[in-house]
Design a protein around this ligand. Structure first.
Ligand code: ARG
Length: 586
């Protein structure tokens, strides 16, 4: 069967626009899901918004629109309510037909982009001269999720980690390597330098304690920038040590593989950036530094703010490197979109480099550069999450804590239910539930706000949490096990019967996946997908508790099994786009 599932909302919008008449066809129909299912499935508020413009009563306008509105085969005859809302209720036959199409489609009705773009998602991009802490959580989780969604929508995605792998912070680490592990620089074997955290700790101790060491660290930076071979080797070893340690965490988090292309990659391109800006007359000398003046940015005195591209000592900074990256991404990688999931504290930085990128002509109307900012992870006290001694919490500890918590919950539940499970099962479920809970808690918030990190809340079996959704999925699989049903074999031409209100609600929700993903692709807000999956789990649970599946007579039985199957596949796909794996049992 060919998938005919179509963007329903779009179709309704088009029909409404056609009914406005040519003059107002461009007006927004303001189509929203109905606030109360009693009145219908969708509500169009356009008559109210046009009233002033037309100098007519909204109800009269609604009447004219409804008189011309043709939605035969999709909706029941539209009704006008209150001051002039147009209420639309879907025809059951239409729902059935659409649901069949979705069931037959491995993409569940989500058509891939007609014009695929080449897109870079710039993540997780940590500064690797630092230990991995809670601040590294959000770029990894959000970046990974956005990359998955954009890719699923049919675009070609390059995941590029713009790691901070250059400059001053490396001086200390290089000096420490040279001092403590001189043999590392003469052997070709990979030396065991201990774990990353003790390496950092010891380096920092030396740095804080010894003036000569600080001098050596500074010297290392100078030598590194001058391209001294031995220093470069030491730098490379430190970078590898970091990358390996970071990778362990990314694996635990299930972050998809990415290209590591850090700041150092752009070193050779920096002089060209300066040269090109200069040629275009954008460069201004300001107290010895080379700058570009920005529109719309002023200092406290109200004077225009410069973006420094090259410091007076000839060195380059973070902004210069990012300008080189912009130019490289457009001219060499030839992308149409670059997405930067980076903390909100860098909002000005991105606005500034994008502005300079446009002034320089690198960013044209054909490429979209977007910063997708996010807020902070807070402790239960509402302050930045810290350990008792006041340090940023290590990411490893944070995740291990979630897994331990999930394990405790699981063991308690097993005892309650009198279940015996193998250690392997317990460890596996605890890890998936713990890590998923952390990810989901992060993604389910509007990313632009801060959120409070709470194991208890994120691991609750009820509410908008990963365990709640994983559990809904487990229920769908429980039915197939209990009834010995192979869901795949259902994908044939069987009748679907939607009679009960709860069946209809579930079916309507299943039809909305493509709309939701289109929205997420546009706004890059994963919490919309989370909200959709949460509602799906709720609707499925209501259906599950009130509509017998295996015990029903045919053809209702098969029809309900199909609802279970499509729900399961929608949950699985939706969660996978959040970077969450489902469990068959938990
Ligand atoms: N390394 C930076 C930091 O940790 C983030 C880099 C983001 N990406 C970029 N192209 N600037 O703050």
């Amino acid at each position: 069967m060919k998938a005919t599932q179509e963007k329903l909302k779009l179709k309704l919008q088009e029909a409404l626009a056609a009914a406005f008449g040519a003059e107002y066809a461009k007006a927004d129909p303001i189509l929203v899901p109905a606030s109360n299912p009693k009145f219908g499935d969708y509500q169009a508020n356009v008559a109210l918004s046009l009233a002033k413009q037309l100098g007519q009563q909204p109800r009269a306008i609604a009447q004219q629109i409804v008189g011309k509105l043709d939605l035969t085969g999709i909706c029941k005859p539209p009704e006008i309510a209150g001051p002039g809302f147009i209420n639309l209720k879907l025809e059951t036959e239409y729902l059935v037909e659409q649901l069949k199409a979705i069931q037959a489609d491995p993409r569940l009705g989500v058509a891939p982009a007609k014009n695929p773009k080449r897109v870079i998602v710039d993540y997780p991009s940590p500064n690797i001269a630092k230990e991995m802490h809670v601040g590294h959580l959000r770029p990894a989780i959000i970046g990974d999720c956005l990359a998955r969604i954009v890719e699923f929508m049919g675009h070609e995605v390059l995941r590029i980690s713009h790691v901070g792998d250059w400059g001053t912070p490396f001086g200390m680490l290089i000096a420490y390597l040279e001092e403590a592990y001189p043999e590392a620089l003469t052997t070709t074997e990979t030396l065991n330098l201990g774990d990353l955290s003790s390496f950092y700790r010891e380096a920092k101790k030396r740095f804080d304690a010894d003036e000569d060491f600080r001098k050596a660290a500074h010297q290392s930076v100078v030598k590194l920038q001058a391209g001294d071979e031995k220093t470069l080797l030491a730098w490379k070893i430190v970078c590898q040590l970091s990358s390996r340690a970071y990778q362990v965490i990314y694996d635990l988090l299930g972050i998809a593989p990415f290209i590591e292309r850090g700041e150092s990659f752009y070193n050779a391109l920096l002089p060209q950036v300066v040269e090109e800006l200069d040629k275009q007359g954008l460069l201004v000398e300001n107290q010895g530094a080379k700058c570009v003046f920005l529109d719309g940015f002023t200092n406290r005195e109200g004077e225009p703010l410069p973006l420094i591209v090259q410091k007076s000592d000839g060195g380059y900074n973070y902004a210069a490197t990012d300008l080189a990256a912009i130019r490289h991404r457009v001219q060499v990688e030839k992308v149409q979109q670059v997405i930067y999931p980076v903390g909100a504290e860098q909002t000005n930085h991105f606005a500034q480099i994008f502005q300079v990128g446009r002034k320089a002509g690198w960013i044209t109307d054909n490429v979209e550069f977007v910063h997708t900012p996010f807020g902070l992870v807070l402790g239960e006290d509402g302050q930045k999450l810290k350990t008792r001694s006041g340090e940023a919490v290590k990411l490893r500890d944070l995740l291990d804590g979630a897994i331990a918590h999930a394990r405790k919950d699981l063991e308690y539940r097993l005892k309650e239910e009198g279940r015996q499970e193998k250690e392997e099962f317990i460890a596996d479920v605890a890890q998936i539930v713990g890590v998923s809970a952390v990810k989901y808690a992060d993604l389910s918030q509007n990313r632009t706000s801060n959120y409070i990190f709470s194991y208890e809340k994120m691991l609750a079996l009820k509410g908008n949490t990963a365990p709640y959704m994983l559990y809904a999925y487990v229920r769908t699989q429980g039915i197939s096990r209990e009834g010995n049903i192979d869901y795949d074999k259902l994908r044939a031409d069987v009748p679907i019967i939607l009679q009960e209100e709860l069946e209809l609600n579930l079916a309507k929700h299943l039809l909305q996946l493509d709309e939701v993903l289109a929205e997420v692709e546009k706004d890059l807000l994963p919490n919309r997908l989370c909200e959709y999956l949460y509602q799906l789990s709720q609707k499925y649970n209501q259906f599950f508790e009130n509509c017998p599946v295996l015990k029903s007579e045919e053809p209702v039985r098969t029809s309900r099994l199909i609802l279970c199957d499509v729900t399961a596949r929608t949950l699985k796909l939706g969660l996978s786009l959040l970077g969450i794996n489902v469990l068959e049992r938990m």
